[in-house]
Design a protein around this ligand. Sequence first.
Ligand SMILES: [Zn+2]
Length: 248
Amino acid sequence: MEIAENVEMLEISMDMFGVESKIFPTLIWDDDNMILFDAGLPGSTKTIHNEINKAGLSFDKINKIVITHTDIDHIGGIPDILDELDHKVIVMAHKDDKPFIEGEKRFNKITPEHIVQIQEKTKDMPEDKSKTLLEMLQSPPKSKVDKALEDGSKLPYCGGITVIHTPGHTPGHICLYLDKSKILIAGDLFHIVDGELRGPYPHNTPDMKAAINSIKKFSNYEIEKIVCYHSGLYTSNPNQRLAELAGK
Ligand SMILES: [Zn+2]
């Protein structure tokens, strides 16, 4: 769905650990760039490729990938995407998540309790499939990060992109503000539940205190639309709702 000029929100159905769910990676472009925000789970590249074609756009033009944070459903598709493209693709992420994405450090969000929960959720799956899933979680695909981003970094592409560091869900979680279309790419900081914008989920946000502080960082931005990676587009007076969530 084209949500603004040269901004396409993709809608990808995927099997998320045994549960059918959707993700909404975003694609933006100008004459020299096509930038994908978040790369899906391992194995989702074919679907992403098809959805981009269906939108009348060209997957082969992707030359940059911006990652909102290190979780597997955001980084897992990077190696496949890079494999499919025969030109250099610049991968960007916040400096605090870079060592996790590159596999230099392990991000310990997947606790033994998580693994038990996932085993429970996937118990009806064929054994080889659930085993692959667990292996993938314990050893997520790695990717080189070519450009480390910081809070306030300005990317001079597609009308300008501002990096907003919003830690909590992971140490280097970022939101991206598209200067021209006034769209906020929110990653997993926000979710839409029954049409209402909500803050991060406590069950998968190790540092809720930091996440709640992160919500307070948007007061200087004029935001027309918010793209939530797991629930899609939010358009109903975003600035007012963000101020409410920030407790103002
Ligand atoms: Zn996610």
